[in-house]
Design a protein around this ligand. Structure first.
Ligand code: NAP
Length: 276
């Protein structure tokens, strides 16, 4: 028997046989997913992975319009719809406009990935009110507001799943990232609060990537990034596909909610009390 909010055609079920590879390929056929910040980098990889499972994608972007159009073209080449939609997620009115637009474009929303984020670095004593508010507005308030609007759409469509993307700063106090780390730690707690309160129709999970993509300007094949991998217990940095696989797993396993899944080569083991 499947639970409320069933939508992944091949999700493991207590009364169904193993899915075929065709089922797996079309797990999300006919469904719509919103991936925030999906014009480029990790968000783009997540959007393409969900599209490869049959989902149509709302390619949300902030300022990367050209990249968003290219991502949408790549998604359409997979045979599903892609709608680039701009919104400054720091502005609640833009979030309202984004969801109003999704309601016009799609018959429903089944998957939300809260991926968009800043990565601001400032010494603790130099973080002023404006900078604190900017970071928390994007990394914490926006996911909260998106969850509220998405939940209404998901409940109307029979259920859905939300995946929040945090990082290790949620658990480790990185110097010069006090506002960022606080926002990501709160995103983890928001995941649990939402999972508890929005069940059973909506599941909410969190992926915590480790070192996957270097910041812009740093080469993936260079010395700096290789040395970054040396301090990871599994001895290397991660690949985008390892994060996208975790997103699909949490999206499609219908008995998991409130989970916080590190995809970090074991780096969370260095701060064992923080492991969830
Ligand atoms: N890269 C890694 O190795 C890594 C590791 C751990 C966790 N993560 C997490 O994974 C997610 C993606 O990482 P990433 O490195 O790919 O992220 P990123 O490139 O730093 O940013 C992702 C997107 O956020 C969007 N964004 C920024 N400000 C915005 C605003 N005000 N309104 C709307 N959108 C805005 C940007 O869209 P536009 O370009 O359109 O403006 C950008 O493409 C983040 O949540 C990050 O914390 C990444």
């Amino acid at each position: 028997m499947r639970g409320i909010g069933t939508f992944c055609a091949s999700s493991p079920s207590v009364d169904s046989a193993s899915p075929t590879s065709h089922d797996r390929a079309m797990e999300l056929a006919g469904k719509t997913a919103l991936v925030t910040g999906s014009a480029r980098r990790l968000g783009k990889a997540i959007a393409l992975e969900l599209a490869s499972r049959g989902a149509s994608i709302v390619v949300h972007y902030g300022s990367s319009e050209k990249a968003a159009r290219e991502t949408a073209a790549d998604i359409e080449a997979l045979g599903v719809s892609a709608w680039p939609v701009q919104a400054d997620l720091r502005a609640p009115a833009d979030i309202e406009r984004l969801f109003d637009r999704i309601e016009e474009l799609s018959r429903g929303l089944t998957v939300l990935v809260n991926n968009a984020s800043s990565f601001e670095s400032e010494p603790f004593l130099e973080i002023d009110v404006e900078s604190w508010d900017k970071v928390l507005a994007l990394n914490l308030r926006a996911p909260f507001l998106c969850i509220q609007r998405a939940t209404a759409m998901m409940r109307a469509a029979g259920g859905g799943v939300i995946i929040n993307i945090a990082d290790r700063s949620a658990f480790e106090p990185w110097k010069k990232f006090a506002h960022h780390g606080t926002s990501k730690a709160a995103l983890v707690q928001l995941t649990r609060a939402a999972a508890h309160e929005l069940a059973p129709e909506v599941r909410v999970n969190c992926v915590v990537p480790g070192a996957i993509l270097p910041p812009p300007g740093i080469s993936e094949s260079g010395e700096f990034w290789r040395k970054r991998g040396d301090v990871v217990p599994l001895g290397r940095t991660g690949a985008k596909g390892e994060v996208t696989a975790a997103v699909v797993f949490l999206a499609c396993n219908e008995f998991i909610t409130g989970a916080v899944l590190p995809v970090d080569g074991g780096e969370h083991l260095k701060a064992p009390r923080a492991v969830s």
